[in-house]
Design a protein around this ligand. Structure first.
Ligand code: KIV
Ligand code: ZN
Length: 520
């Protein structure tokens, strides 16, 4: 039998972005969508358009720009959600509306407060309404794995009759185990009379660390779409990691002989790096496929075998996932044309003004740092492209920070506001970073709580650029901020200012958020 295509549905920009602190701005989402298109994913879930004007706009822009991939947006089973999604997807080459509705007893009784009959009626009406806008409509019975099996089968049958072309079975709370989940897929295949008229999809969360295993078991049982995210990011413990699902299917094609994916695997590591750096969610060193150690051989015995013959200890070639060592790419004598082609090679699209800025910064960096690696370029480009958003309230003007052993650190910070007006404050603190953050708080008038602070060397050598990531809380809002540079204190200030700008944007956006039914 010929293998069938396993549809890879990426929800990094929706479920992934939904987890606390991972919020991305529109430019960042577009850049990730471009990388996902390079990866050749089949479906990009670009967001939840009704959730906020920012979400709507990013789904709209992704739908307008990205070609060769289906773009979908999430909707509750409400007409106003479906309308918003349809509007956001108007310019998509291949749009899909994704409708979800809770079906489990606990969700029915305590969340949506609806009886079984009402749930079916709502789901059917929503699918019929969505089909008015789009031929490609997906339905997700939320918390499917804790839904009574016969009721799940009934809902599935009814939504397919109403026009759903994909039925997605979410393990919303990460409760399933592989054999039982595969059994559920087989049950639906045998008990839903019209199941052949829809693609069976799965969407697994990783609360028990089983998201990838559950997804793969479901594939063996007949699922033909897997919903997943880059680096496995997502609500709580995350979603199934796309790179793991894809590489398992590819590496073990002897076992997963019924399916293949269309993923261009050489883009996996660049995409993983982009998502990690834009969300601020670090990838653990030993993470399968994309961790720094995924292809490192430490023990003497392993190294001995590996050097004699690669496949003694390596089941995948790192080059297949784009995991070659970053090599020295350019120096201070390199020109604009060389930079332009490097930018393209790394998968970014910069307009002329952005390229000019990156070139300027590259020359400054090349004076500070002897060797410029690919990762330096990622940092430079991302700093230019994503750090100062048009509607950012503050920009770092200048920073003076004194530190001497035994003395209380002092910092003076100048921030520029939207009108380029300068605001200056000085403060002391427990350490230099604390002093800088206290001075910034004095200017903004916000008293933020620093939940987490991390510095990472982006490249090799003592002159490596540092990337600082902060997690900041103000009232109930929590955001991540990032800043990069050779000077760690300046990078720390940039990260904090970035977080403040996100907090201010978030509070504006939340004022317009919809409140009727709970979100996903
Ligand atoms: O986890 C879940 O149930 C979801 C649905 C909206 C598909 O994310
Ligand atoms: Zn989910």
């Amino acid at each position: 039998m010929q293998p069938e295509k396993l549809i890879i549905f990426d929800t990094t920009l929706r479920d992934g972005e939904q987890c606390p602190g991972a919020s991305l701005n529109i430019k960042e989402k577009l850049e990730i969508a471009r990388q996902l298109a390079l990866l050749n994913v089949d479906v990009i879930e670009a967001g939840f358009p009704v959730a906020s004007p920012g979400d709507f706009e990013s789904v709209k822009q992704i739908a307008e720009e990205i070609r060769g991939t289906t773009i979908t947006g999430l909707s509750r089973a409400l007409e106003k959600d479906i309308e918003a999604t349809a509007r956001a997807l108007e310019k998509a080459e291949s749009p899909r509306i994704h409708v979800f509705l809770s079906t489990s007893k606990v969700h029915r009784e305590h969340m949506v407060e609806k009886a079984k009959g009402e749930i079916i009626e709502m789901g059917v009406k929503a699918i019929q309404f969505a089909r008015k806008y789009c031929d490609d409509v997906e339905f997700s019975p939320m918390d499917a794995t804790r839904t009574e099996k016969d009721f799940l089968a009934e809902v599935t049958r009814e939504v397919i009759s109403a026009g759903a072309t994909t039925v997605n079975i979410p393990d919303t709370v990460g409760y399933a185990v592989p054999e039982e989940f595969a059994e559920l897929i087989r049950y639906l295949k045998s008990n839903v009379s019209n199941i052949d008229q829809a693609v069976i999809s799965v969407h697994c969360h990783n609360d028990l660390g089983l998201a990838v295993s559950n997804s793969l078991s479901a594939v063996q049982a007949g699922a033909r779409q897997v919903e997943c995210t880059i680096n496995g990011i997502g609500e709580r413990a995350g979603n199934a990691a796309m790179e793991e699902v894809v590489m398992a299917v590819r590496t073990r094609k002897d076992f997963f002989s019924t399916v293949y994916t269309g993923i261009e695997t050489k883009h996996i590591q660049p995409c993983s790096k982009l998502v990690s750096s834009l969300t601020g969610f670090f990838v653990q060193r030993n993470k399968a496929i994309v961790g720094k150690n995924a292809f490192a051989h430490e023990s003497g015995i392993h190294q001995h075998g590996f050097l004699k013959r690669r496949d003694t200890f390596e089941i995948m070639d790192p080059a297949d996932v784009g995991g070659e060592e970053s090599e020295l790419v350019m120096g201070k004598h390199s020109g604009r044309n060389a930079l332009q082609s490097k930018v393209q090679e790394l998968g970014y699209t910069l307009d002329k003004a952005e390229l000019d800025k990156v070139f300027e910064e590259f020359k400054i960096l090349a004076d500070e740092k002897k060797e410029i690696f690919e990762d330096d370029f990622h940092t430079l480009i991302q700093k230019q492209k994503f750090s100062v958003e048009q509607n950012d309230t503050y920009e770092l003007g200048s920073l003076t920070c004194g530190f001497e052993t035994g003395k209380v650190p002092e910092a003076k910070v100048v921030l520029k506001d939207l009108d380029k007006q300068e605001h200056s404050e000085s403060a002391s603190g427990d350490g230099p970073v604390d002093a800088i953050y206290n001075a910034i708080d004095k200017i903004t008038g916000l008293s933020c709580k620093l939940l987490d602070y991390q510095v990472m060397a982006k490249t090799k050598g003592q002159d490596a650029q540092g990337e600082v990531t902060v997690r900041v809380q103000h009232e109930k809002r929590e955001v991540l901020g990032k800043g990069a540079g050779v000077n760690t204190l300046e990078a720390s200030a940039l990260a904090y200012v970035n977080a403040i700008n996100k907090l201010l944007l978030k509070s504006k956006a939340e004022a317009t958020e919809s409140k009727e039914l709970p979100g996903p």
